[in-house]
Write a new protein. Structure first.
Length: 277
């Protein structure tokens, strides 16, 4: 299928829809794809649109060149005159809104999300990667919390996602030290799901994303809801919720198609965008 290029409103962010997969590429290679006043709002707009777009079955988030995202642009820190005139309360409210509209929106997207890391993911860039469901890293990639170097405490939900992925002891170590964590160590520790050779990264991410986009989208959405609830509640609440969700999934035509395909020893053909819901 030919990819459809989407208008993001800025050259700092590229997007295309290919085989039901939305591919979003951070495109500031000269600054290791650091967030900017153009890139970040465009990314928020794309995520908001993706949440209600049934043509999208999966999302891949990646970066141009040899980096995923270096986080905030350090050279621009402290230079925003509009924020200097804001009170502390106004700055807090502003950051809370921006965080919810970026990593908050990414974390709660109904579609499976994959971060493909061609290189470093640092600070807010790491937070964005950890807000995705799955991370695939190139062998030469590394991650770092990075905040220690600029004497900041962390943002975009990194303390929450990292603690849940690696445990409180490792999360504290990584936050306090800001050390560079190479791809293989990140995989062993649970920060990334898979490490592949550099030249296979995009193909590996797209292959996985296509498999999700071709899968039973309603069941996958319900799986994701189950997994998110599991992090916030007790076992028996999760148990009761799974019963409710499974009955919903069993009533959808995808379930009948999957059963027939299993019996007939063929690949199932699941619902397409015009009747996903």
């Amino acid at each position: 299928m030919t990819a459809m290029v989407l208008d993001t409103g800025t050259d700092h962010l590229l997007a295309r829809l290919e085989d039901g997969v939305l591919v979003i590429t951070l495109n500031r290679p000269e600054s290791r794809n650091a967030l900017s006043d153009e890139l970040s709002p465009a990314l928020r707009r794309m995520l908001a649109a993706a949440a209600t777009d049934d043509t999208i079955g999966a999302l891949v988030l990646t970066g141009t060149g040899s980096a995923f995202c270096a986080g905030g642009d350090v050279k621009g820190m402290g230079g925003n005159s509009s924020k200097k005139s804001m009170t502390a309360e106004e700055r807090i409210a502003d950051l809370q809104h921006r965080q919810r509209a970026l990593t908050g929106a990414l974390f709660t997207l109904p579609q499976p999300t994959i971060a493909a890391l061609p290189g470093p993911a640092v600070g807010a860039g790491l937070a964005i990667a950890l807000a995705c469901d799955i991370r695939i890293a190139a062998a030469s990639a590394f991650v770092s919390t990075g905040y220690r170097r600029v004497a900041l405490s962390g943002d975009y939900g990194l303390s929450w996602t990292m603690t849940r992925l690696v445990g409180t002891a490792r999360a504290r170590e990584f936050m306090f030290s800001g050390e560079r964590i190479e791809a293989e160590r990140a995989e062993r520790g649970g920060l990334v799901n898979r490490v592949v050779p550099d030249d296979e990264l995009q193909d590996a991410a797209m292959a996985m994303a296509r498999s999700f986009a071709d899968g039973p989208r309603v069941a996958q959405r319900l799986m994701k809801e189950n997994l998110e609830l599991a992090m916030q509640t007790d076992f028996f609440t999760a148990l009761d919720n799974e019963a409710e969700q499974l009955v919903k999934a069993s009533a959808h035509p995808d379930h009948g198609e999957a059963v027939r395909a299993f019996i007939e020893k063929r690949q199932p053909v699941f619902s397409k965008p015009d009747n996903v819901d």
